[in-house]
Design a protein around this ligand. Sequence first.
Ligand code: GAR
Length: 197
Amino acid sequence: MTTRVAILISGGGSNMIKLVESMVGDHPARPVLVGSNDPEAGGLAKAAALGVPVMAVDHRPFKGDRPAFEAVLQARLEEAAPDVICLAGFMRVLTEGFVRRWEGRMLNIHPSLLPKYKGLHTHARALEAGETEAGCSVHLVTPALDDGPILGQAVVPILEGDTPDTLAARVLVQEHRLYPAVLERFVRGNLTPLQLS
Ligand code: GAR
């Protein structure tokens, strides 16, 4: 049976595109929805161009009432009946109530070698700390931010003269390899962490 995947984004959606493009042929999953908390998110038009249904629930009118925002998001998601949700640059913190509904079925990609550098400004913090390598992680989402079981990681070197932007670009290349690979393994029931170098 085909696994139905919804992808949530907030921005340009480059990871989303790689996920959508990966779900073809004998891949056991198909994308059924791309959603965003920002109706202007650039990724929505790109998803629509790829033939994936899109939706947006603007978080701003909810004025910080996360449960109210999530109730609408949940309803819109349920219309698409996904089996798995991939957060791909989705920049809203989710409440425990929402996470519990999708626990074990919701993945996230984070641009650091978790458990290091949870939260924002990961690349600047890695550089400031004098790290010699950085990377990205795909993990199962649990109520604590950027904290769930790790399903895969990819490592990149930090080079002399790196800025947060140059490092982010190097990490993003690996995100695009890692997330589709982890998603396919996950859908096939393989939760053993994948290590890419
Ligand atoms: C990616 O680098 C992703 O890891 C990061 O946002 C970017 C989205 O880019 N996610 C987070 O920082 C989550 N805390 P994209 O829209 O081009 O995929």
